[in-house]
Design a protein around this ligand. Structure first.
Ligand code: SF4
Ligand code: SF4
Length: 128
């Protein structure tokens, strides 16, 4: 099965949101995320370095947003990264995906099988 993955030429969410999670996801606590890639933000939570500041860009992101990107710790990424899915993955709309893409001037994703556009009209409109 070779399915187009829109994230590979996007990466906008890795340069838009603060990626924070319970410190127990770090390797020193038995989790997956390398400790040297996070910063403590409160007694129980850490954030990916680079996502807790402006301009936002996760330390783990390689490449150019909107062109070609890769997560350098993909197998070890945190829960929020695993749970954040591109719009229309499994048919589910994700307005946060649209928001991140819009920040970088990228058009919202459309349902793969859509023959005609049917934009959700509840969020900031993108002008094509
Ligand atoms: S903003 Fe959406 S399409 Fe872009 S990398 Fe994130 S989930 Fe994928
Ligand atoms: S760890 Fe990977 S998937 Fe998560 S924000 Fe950073 S680059 Fe993106």
């Amino acid at each position: 099965m070779s399915e187009y993955n829109p994230c590979l030429d996007c990466g906008a969410c890795c340069g838009y949101f603060r990626v924070s999670f319970f410190w127990g996801e770090c390797q020193s606590a038995g989790g997956l995320v390398p400790d040297d890639l996070v910063v403590q933000i409160n007694p129980t939570r850490v954030a990916m370095i680079g996502t807790d500041a402006k301009p936002c860009r996760c330390i783990g992101l390689d490449g150019e947003i909107g062109k070609q990107v890769a997560c350098t710790l993909y197998a070890n990424r945190s829960t929020p990264c695993r749970e954040f899915e591109a719009s229309w993955t499994h048919g589910v709309y994700n307005p946060s995906c649209d928001a991140a893409r819009a920040h970088y001037g990228l058009a919202p994703l459309t349902p793969p099988e859509a023959n005609e556009p049917h934009w959700p009209d509840d969020d900031g409109a993108a002008v094509a």
